[in-house]
Write a protein of this length. Structure first.
Ligand SMILES: C[S@@+](CC[C@H](N)C(=O)[O-])C[C@H]1O[C@@H](n2cnc3c(N)ncnc32)[C@H](O)[C@@H]1O
Length: 249
């Protein structure tokens, strides 16, 4: 039977999209796309690649058609992001916990921007196992998040200011080292006065714990990079990019 997941939190959809798009710099996305292209260029397993939680498709739209003839598609549960997505790639509206894929269907998958870590701990484990199941043996999963140590070094963060479209955004976040969760509240007041608001959290794992988590789900760690240059994780790193190989089940 398909695994039931937590579904889409209130935070994703309109609130996430309208308040996040203004902060996504095109040149950074371009470098992320190049990183992913390089990462999958060594993959020898035949088959498609999925962008898990593709959102509006800033990566998938650029990667599709450039991966040596591989089919690339996006999956996301938010209809707004999919409806407004960038051109040039196929997408399916699907819950990551109930991906409409047969086991061992994919050669590769990636999930950018902490997408795999916005769930309860037990759900993150289930999700990683589900992703492992739909990958072929030796298939590859690449995911992006932020190093635990970086978030812990800035335990309280916030934003209060205008956005280019005349909206006003307020965000307050505080990291709890005991649970590894960054708990946040975001409120967007739109130019017409309507207010969108929601709570969310992101779970961060120290690297040894992260390694145990993914190995327990059926992966082998191939690399942990501290940035898009492919260098190691250091105290100054603000990115954690993990490359995994699906071990033989
Ligand atoms: C942090 S955003 C990242 C979007 C995109 N990967 C990017 O880097 O711009 C996470 C995405 O995951 C989607 N998402 C959250 N929970 C989901 C679920 N249970 N099933 C499918 N998509 C989900 C959200 O709608 C959102 O588009």
């Amino acid at each position: 039977m398909a695994d039931r997941g937590p579904g889409l939190s209130d935070f994703f959809g309109e609130l996430y999209l309208r308040s996040t798009l203004p902060f996504l710099a095109g040149d950074v996305t371009d470098r992320e796309v190049e990183y992913l292209r390089q990462a999958f260029s060594d993959l020898r397993v035949p088959g498609p690649i999925a962008d898990l939680g593709c959102g509006h498709g800033r990566h998938a739209s650029q990667l599709a058609g450039t991966l040596g003839g591989r089919f690339l598609f996006g999956a996301d549960l938010d209809p707004v992001s999919l409806a407004e997505r960038d051109a040039g790639f196929d997408a399916v509206r699907a819950d990551l916990f109930r991906l409409p894929l047969a086991d061992r269907r994919l050669a590769g998958a990636y999930a950018w921007y902490s997408t795999l870590f916005v769930f309860e701990d037990a759900d993150i484990e289930r999700l990683l196992k589900r992703v492992a199941a739909v990958l072929k043996p030796a298939g590859m999963l690449v995911f992006h998040t932020v190093p635990y140590e970086h978030v812990a070094s800035l335990p309280v963060a916030g934003f209060d200011g205008p956005l280019p479209d005349g909206s006003h955004l307020v965000e307050k976040a505080s990291f709890d080292p005991a649970t590894g969760r960054d708990n946040a509240y975001r409120e967007l007041t739109r130019p017409d006065g309507t207010v969108l608001s929601g709570h969310f959290f992101i779970r961060y794992y120290p690297r040894p714990e992260m390694a145990r988590l993914v190995e327990g789900a059926g992966f082998k760690v191939k690399w942990m990079h501290g940035g898009l240059d492919g260098g190691p994780v250091s105290a100054a790193s603000t990115d954690l990019i993990v490359g995994l190989e699906r071990t033989h089940a």
